[in-house]
Design a protein around this ligand. Structure first.
Ligand code: ZN
Length: 326
């Protein structure tokens, strides 16, 4: 049959009626990088519009995020070098930058949903995501699990709304869940970075979070970009360990994985639209070679179409303004 598909595209009302996916401000989580000190707001060279901020400026930022309708934030701590050690012990200091920030943000903005990253790469002096095991020249999985549990409890006690473990240690979800439940935090959800690839797209983030490993790479714990079955298994495994929300990171180069996990799990699924993806669009905007706003919205929509419910993105503020103006 000669089907006239264009019948359903000829006017905007019909296009809206048959539209399968839409972007919504409520889909977004906005990442924030917090440094110690006062009155600090350092823009990241490769990520225009993204800043390292001290807590006073973070509180101002939270107000503007709320005014834009953005309801969820994801916090990363950027401690000074002298507070880092081989274990990353500052990560479970209850007076550390993130526990302190959570308390202040929740005091001033109780409606804002505060999520905290759970990992050690910003806190270890070697930049890896846990304690090192010299025998394997990499991270000691089970020793790191104990510390992830400690960090989780401190964050929970600080009043965080959700935890987002990103270390890619085996068994991290069940370890955290058991520790949280034993301390009475049965209602605190875990959004797992369940399928996190060892990706070059993280480059600009490591500049902003000052978390580059000072030797080697993260390929012995993060997922190999060549592997699809293993990537799905990672997320399904976290589901079985008790994760409440799954995630694929990065987003754009791994939309096939997003779609596959969407088909195999009934849990909510997030994508992390990472720093390198953001930086490339910003570079394209600066060079004047793309219509930045349209490309950005098209990119964000592709995540929804692939099956993501939640989008962690540095574009959230710009997208919120554009969506509000529609
Ligand atoms: Zn890490």
């Amino acid at each position: 049959m000669f089907r006239r598909k264009r019948r359903l595209r000829l006017n905007s009302v019909m296009r809206n009626l048959v539209c399968e996916n839409t972007l919504n401000i409520h889909d977004f989580i906005y990442p924030l990088f917090i440094v110690e000190g006062r009155d600090i707001k350092n823009e990241i060279d490769s990520m225009p519009g993204v800043f390292q901020m001290s807590l006073d400026n973070i509180l101002r930022e939270c107000e503007s995020l709320q005014n834009l309708g953005i309801e969820a934030i994801l916090l990363f701590g950027v401690p000074p070098q002298y507070k880092k050690d081989s274990n990353g012990s500052y990560a479970w200091n209850s007076d550390g930058i993130i526990p302190q920030s959570i308390r202040e943000i929740k005091k001033h903005f109780p409606q804002l949903y505060v999520i905290a990253d759970v990992c050690f790469c910003e806190y270890t002096d070697h930049g890896h995501c846990g304690i090192l095991d010299s025998k394997i020249q990499s991270v000691d999985n089970d020793a790191t699990l104990l510390n992830l549990a400690r960090q989780s409890i401190v964050l929970a006690q600080s009043g965080v709304d959700m935890l987002a473990p990103s270390a890619m240690m085996d068994g991290q979800i069940i370890t955290m869940r058991n520790a949280l439940d034993a301390d009475g935090f049965v209602n605190l959800p875990i959004m797992s970075y369940s399928t996190k690839f060892a990706s070059a797209y993280y480059g600009p983030f490591r500049e902003v979070a000052q978390s580059s490993p000072n030797f080697g790479d993260r390929k012995s714990y993060q997922e190999d970009g060549a592997n699809a079955r293993e990537a799905i298994l990672e997320s399904l495994n976290d589901e079985s360990e008790g994760a409440d929300i799954l995630m694929v990171k990065p987003a754009l180069a791994y939309l096939d994985i997003v779609k596959s996990i969407r088909e195999k799990s009934l849990l909510p699924l997030a994508v992390y639209n990472v720093s390198g993806e953001y930086a490339l669009l910003k570079a394209g905007q600066k060079l004047g070679i793309i219509d930045y706003e349209k490309v950005m919205l098209e990119t964000l929509l592709s995540f929804k179409r692939a099956g993501a419910d939640i989008i962690i993105t540095y574009h959230a503020k710009e997208a919120a303004k554009l969506l509000a103006a529609k």
